[in-house]
Ligand binder design. Structure first.
Ligand code: ATP
Length: 238
Protein backbone atom coordinates (compact mmCIF):
# COMPACT_ATOMS: atom_id res chain seq x y z
CA UNK A 1 0.00 0.00 0.00
CA UNK A 2 1.21 3.48 -0.84
CA UNK A 3 0.70 6.29 1.64
CA UNK A 4 -0.62 9.25 -0.35
CA UNK A 5 -1.08 11.66 2.57
CA UNK A 6 0.70 11.75 5.87
CA UNK A 7 -0.10 14.26 8.60
CA UNK A 8 2.42 14.44 11.43
CA UNK A 9 1.94 16.20 14.76
CA UNK A 10 -0.14 18.88 13.10
CA UNK A 11 -1.15 21.86 15.19
CA UNK A 12 -3.52 24.66 14.23
CA UNK A 13 -3.71 27.68 16.49
CA UNK A 14 -6.27 30.49 16.37
CA UNK A 15 -5.29 33.50 18.47
CA UNK A 16 -3.52 31.41 21.10
CA UNK A 17 -6.16 28.66 21.16
CA UNK A 18 -4.95 25.29 19.91
CA UNK A 19 -7.74 23.89 17.74
CA UNK A 20 -5.47 20.97 16.78
CA UNK A 21 -3.06 19.77 19.43
CA UNK A 22 -0.65 17.68 17.35
CA UNK A 23 -2.58 15.13 15.32
CA UNK A 24 -1.03 12.39 13.19
CA UNK A 25 -2.70 10.13 10.64
CA UNK A 26 -2.19 8.65 7.19
CA UNK A 27 -4.33 8.01 4.13
CA UNK A 28 -3.37 5.27 1.69
CA UNK A 29 -3.88 5.74 -2.03
CA UNK A 30 -7.34 4.56 -3.07
CA UNK A 31 -8.87 4.67 0.40
CA UNK A 32 -11.83 6.51 1.84
CA UNK A 33 -10.76 7.67 5.28
CA UNK A 34 -13.15 9.54 7.52
CA UNK A 35 -12.45 11.95 10.35
CA UNK A 36 -15.38 12.04 12.68
CA UNK A 37 -16.07 14.06 15.77
CA UNK A 38 -18.43 16.51 17.39
CA UNK A 39 -18.90 20.10 16.44
CA UNK A 40 -15.70 22.03 17.13
CA UNK A 41 -13.47 18.95 17.44
CA UNK A 42 -11.15 20.32 14.75
CA UNK A 43 -12.27 18.43 11.65
CA UNK A 44 -12.55 21.46 9.36
CA UNK A 45 -9.31 22.88 10.71
CA UNK A 46 -7.55 19.66 9.70
CA UNK A 47 -8.75 19.93 6.10
CA UNK A 48 -8.01 23.65 5.98
CA UNK A 49 -4.44 23.14 7.14
CA UNK A 50 -3.89 20.34 4.61
CA UNK A 51 -5.13 22.50 1.73
CA UNK A 52 -3.21 25.55 2.91
CA UNK A 53 -6.24 27.68 3.82
CA UNK A 54 -5.07 28.09 7.43
CA UNK A 55 -1.44 27.86 8.55
CA UNK A 56 -0.06 24.81 10.30
CA UNK A 57 1.38 26.10 13.57
CA UNK A 58 3.53 22.99 13.97
CA UNK A 59 3.98 19.59 12.38
CA UNK A 60 4.22 18.51 8.77
CA UNK A 61 1.98 17.43 5.92
CA UNK A 62 3.37 15.16 3.21
CA UNK A 63 1.42 14.55 0.00
CA UNK A 64 2.80 12.12 -2.57
CA UNK A 65 6.22 12.12 -0.92
CA UNK A 66 6.47 15.92 -1.00
CA UNK A 67 6.20 18.24 1.94
CA UNK A 68 3.29 20.63 1.37
CA UNK A 69 3.14 22.19 4.84
CA UNK A 70 2.15 25.85 4.53
CA UNK A 71 2.54 26.01 0.77
CA UNK A 72 0.16 28.47 -0.95
CA UNK A 73 -3.16 26.72 -1.59
CA UNK A 74 -3.01 27.02 -5.38
CA UNK A 75 0.24 25.04 -5.41
CA UNK A 76 -1.30 22.36 -3.19
CA UNK A 77 -4.30 22.18 -5.53
CA UNK A 78 -2.03 21.96 -8.55
CA UNK A 79 -0.26 19.05 -6.90
CA UNK A 80 -3.50 17.05 -7.02
CA UNK A 81 -5.39 17.76 -3.79
CA UNK A 82 -8.83 19.34 -4.02
CA UNK A 83 -10.74 20.72 -1.03
CA UNK A 84 -14.55 20.88 -1.11
CA UNK A 85 -15.25 23.18 1.83
CA UNK A 86 -18.12 23.11 4.26
CA UNK A 87 -20.93 25.19 2.77
CA UNK A 88 -19.76 24.11 -0.69
CA UNK A 89 -18.53 27.44 -2.07
CA UNK A 90 -20.44 27.21 -5.34
CA UNK A 91 -20.27 30.40 -7.46
CA UNK A 92 -23.90 31.46 -7.19
CA UNK A 93 -23.80 33.96 -10.10
CA UNK A 94 -22.14 31.53 -12.51
CA UNK A 95 -23.93 28.77 -14.40
CA UNK A 96 -23.45 25.10 -13.61
CA UNK A 97 -21.20 24.77 -16.66
CA UNK A 98 -19.15 27.86 -15.76
CA UNK A 99 -18.69 26.52 -12.22
CA UNK A 100 -17.33 23.27 -13.64
CA UNK A 101 -15.03 25.07 -16.07
CA UNK A 102 -13.76 27.18 -13.15
CA UNK A 103 -12.79 23.92 -11.44
CA UNK A 104 -10.38 23.12 -14.27
CA UNK A 105 -8.58 26.47 -14.35
CA UNK A 106 -5.23 25.08 -13.22
CA UNK A 107 -5.17 22.50 -16.04
CA UNK A 108 -3.95 22.60 -19.62
CA UNK A 109 -4.94 19.13 -20.84
CA UNK A 110 -8.01 20.05 -22.92
CA UNK A 111 -9.03 16.55 -24.07
CA UNK A 112 -8.89 15.20 -20.50
CA UNK A 113 -10.83 18.23 -19.23
CA UNK A 114 -13.58 17.52 -21.80
CA UNK A 115 -13.61 13.87 -20.74
CA UNK A 116 -13.92 14.81 -17.06
CA UNK A 117 -16.77 17.20 -17.92
CA UNK A 118 -18.63 14.32 -19.58
CA UNK A 119 -17.93 12.10 -16.58
CA UNK A 120 -19.34 14.73 -14.22
CA UNK A 121 -22.55 15.06 -16.27
CA UNK A 122 -22.82 11.30 -16.45
CA UNK A 123 -22.32 10.94 -12.71
CA UNK A 124 -24.69 13.82 -11.91
CA UNK A 125 -27.49 13.81 -14.50
CA UNK A 126 -29.22 16.59 -12.54
CA UNK A 127 -26.29 18.88 -13.40
CA UNK A 128 -26.41 17.86 -17.05
CA UNK A 129 -30.04 18.95 -17.19
CA UNK A 130 -29.18 22.32 -15.65
CA UNK A 131 -25.99 23.36 -17.46
CA UNK A 132 -27.14 26.93 -18.03
CA UNK A 133 -28.83 27.39 -14.67
CA UNK A 134 -27.13 29.64 -12.09
CA UNK A 135 -25.33 27.89 -9.24
CA UNK A 136 -27.35 29.88 -6.73
CA UNK A 137 -30.66 28.58 -8.09
CA UNK A 138 -29.81 24.93 -7.36
CA UNK A 139 -31.10 22.96 -4.38
CA UNK A 140 -28.70 22.21 -1.51
CA UNK A 141 -28.10 18.69 -2.79
CA UNK A 142 -27.43 19.89 -6.31
CA UNK A 143 -25.00 22.52 -5.02
CA UNK A 144 -23.14 19.80 -3.14
CA UNK A 145 -22.99 17.75 -6.35
CA UNK A 146 -21.71 20.80 -8.22
CA UNK A 147 -19.02 21.41 -5.61
CA UNK A 148 -17.89 17.78 -5.88
CA UNK A 149 -18.11 18.01 -9.68
CA UNK A 150 -15.87 21.05 -9.61
CA UNK A 151 -13.31 19.14 -7.56
CA UNK A 152 -13.37 16.34 -10.14
CA UNK A 153 -12.81 18.97 -12.85
CA UNK A 154 -9.61 20.00 -11.11
CA UNK A 155 -8.21 16.59 -12.02
CA UNK A 156 -7.28 15.97 -8.39
CA UNK A 157 -6.12 12.55 -7.27
CA UNK A 158 -7.39 13.16 -3.77
CA UNK A 159 -10.50 14.96 -2.51
CA UNK A 160 -10.95 16.55 0.91
CA UNK A 161 -14.70 16.63 1.56
CA UNK A 162 -15.96 18.74 4.46
CA UNK A 163 -19.41 17.66 5.72
CA UNK A 164 -20.95 16.92 2.33
CA UNK A 165 -24.16 15.74 4.01
CA UNK A 166 -24.71 18.93 6.00
CA UNK A 167 -28.22 20.33 5.79
CA UNK A 168 -29.46 17.79 3.25
CA UNK A 169 -32.59 15.65 3.40
CA UNK A 170 -32.00 11.95 4.22
CA UNK A 171 -32.63 10.71 0.68
CA UNK A 172 -30.19 13.22 -0.77
CA UNK A 173 -27.65 12.29 1.90
CA UNK A 174 -27.86 8.67 0.70
CA UNK A 175 -27.32 9.84 -2.85
CA UNK A 176 -24.27 11.93 -1.92
CA UNK A 177 -22.65 9.04 -0.03
CA UNK A 178 -23.34 6.78 -3.01
CA UNK A 179 -21.58 9.30 -5.22
CA UNK A 180 -18.58 9.45 -2.88
CA UNK A 181 -18.27 5.64 -3.17
CA UNK A 182 -18.51 5.87 -6.92
CA UNK A 183 -15.88 8.59 -7.22
CA UNK A 184 -13.61 6.50 -5.02
CA UNK A 185 -14.14 3.50 -7.31
CA UNK A 186 -12.79 5.59 -10.21
CA UNK A 187 -9.47 5.71 -8.35
CA UNK A 188 -9.73 8.90 -6.34
CA UNK A 189 -8.62 8.90 -2.73
CA UNK A 190 -11.04 10.55 -0.30
CA UNK A 191 -10.60 12.16 3.11
CA UNK A 192 -14.10 12.73 4.42
CA UNK A 193 -15.01 14.88 7.39
CA UNK A 194 -18.45 14.19 8.83
CA UNK A 195 -20.70 14.72 11.80
CA UNK A 196 -22.92 12.03 10.31
CA UNK A 197 -20.71 9.27 11.73
CA UNK A 198 -23.14 6.51 10.86
CA UNK A 199 -23.07 7.17 7.15
CA UNK A 200 -19.40 8.08 7.08
CA UNK A 201 -18.39 4.79 8.72
CA UNK A 202 -20.51 2.89 6.21
CA UNK A 203 -18.64 4.27 3.19
CA UNK A 204 -15.15 4.56 4.68
CA UNK A 205 -12.36 1.99 4.87
CA UNK A 206 -10.84 3.49 7.99
CA UNK A 207 -11.71 6.17 10.50
CA UNK A 208 -10.10 8.49 13.00
CA UNK A 209 -12.04 10.00 15.86
CA UNK A 210 -11.22 13.55 16.78
CA UNK A 211 -12.06 15.04 20.15
CA UNK A 212 -11.07 18.58 21.14
CA UNK A 213 -8.13 18.70 18.77
CA UNK A 214 -6.77 15.21 19.44
CA UNK A 215 -7.19 11.85 17.74
CA UNK A 216 -8.58 9.57 20.42
CA UNK A 217 -9.22 6.46 18.36
CA UNK A 218 -8.31 4.99 14.99
CA UNK A 219 -9.38 1.87 13.19
CA UNK A 220 -11.22 -0.05 10.60
CA UNK A 221 -14.58 1.61 9.82
CA UNK A 222 -16.65 -1.59 9.96
CA UNK A 223 -15.21 -2.50 13.35
CA UNK A 224 -15.92 0.98 14.65
CA UNK A 225 -19.61 0.68 13.76
CA UNK A 226 -19.82 -2.29 16.13
CA UNK A 227 -17.76 -0.72 18.91
CA UNK A 228 -20.11 -0.04 21.88
CA UNK A 229 -18.14 3.02 22.99
CA UNK A 230 -18.37 4.58 19.53
CA UNK A 231 -22.03 3.67 19.28
CA UNK A 232 -22.77 5.42 22.52
CA UNK A 233 -20.74 8.55 21.81
CA UNK A 234 -21.17 9.06 18.06
CA UNK A 235 -23.86 6.86 16.58
CA UNK A 236 -26.77 7.69 18.84
CA UNK A 237 -26.74 4.12 20.19
CA UNK A 238 -27.09 2.83 23.76
P1 ATP B 1 -17.54 22.13 12.73
O1 ATP B 1 -18.25 20.93 12.34
O2 ATP B 1 -18.31 23.08 13.56
O3 ATP B 1 -16.81 22.81 11.61
P2 ATP B 1 -15.02 21.08 13.42
O4 ATP B 1 -14.79 19.78 14.08
O5 ATP B 1 -14.80 21.11 11.96
O6 ATP B 1 -16.44 21.61 13.75
P3 ATP B 1 -13.27 23.33 13.56
O7 ATP B 1 -14.17 24.15 12.70
O8 ATP B 1 -12.03 22.85 12.99
O9 ATP B 1 -14.08 22.11 14.16
O10 ATP B 1 -12.99 24.16 14.89
C1 ATP B 1 -12.13 23.70 15.91
C2 ATP B 1 -12.02 24.77 16.98
O11 ATP B 1 -11.40 25.94 16.46
C3 ATP B 1 -13.37 25.22 17.52
O12 ATP B 1 -13.22 25.46 18.89
C4 ATP B 1 -13.62 26.51 16.78
O13 ATP B 1 -14.42 27.38 17.53
C5 ATP B 1 -12.23 27.07 16.58
N1 ATP B 1 -12.12 27.85 15.33
C6 ATP B 1 -12.36 27.40 14.08
N2 ATP B 1 -12.11 28.35 13.17
C7 ATP B 1 -11.70 29.44 13.85
C8 ATP B 1 -11.28 30.76 13.49
N3 ATP B 1 -11.22 31.15 12.21
N4 ATP B 1 -10.93 31.61 14.49
C9 ATP B 1 -10.98 31.23 15.79
N5 ATP B 1 -11.36 30.00 16.19
C10 ATP B 1 -11.70 29.12 15.25
Amino acid sequence: MEIILSVNNLEVVYGGIKALQGISFVVNRGEIVTLIGANGAGKSSTLRAISGVVPAGAGSIIFKQKEITNLPSHLIARGGLSHVPEGRGVFTKLSVEENLIAGSYLRQDKPQIAKDMNNVYEMFPQLGERKKQLGGSLSGGEQQMLAIGRAIMSGAEMLLLDEPSMGLAPLIVQEIFGIIKRINSTGKTVLLVEQNANQALKVANRAYILETGRIIMAGNAVEMIDNPEIKRAYLGGH
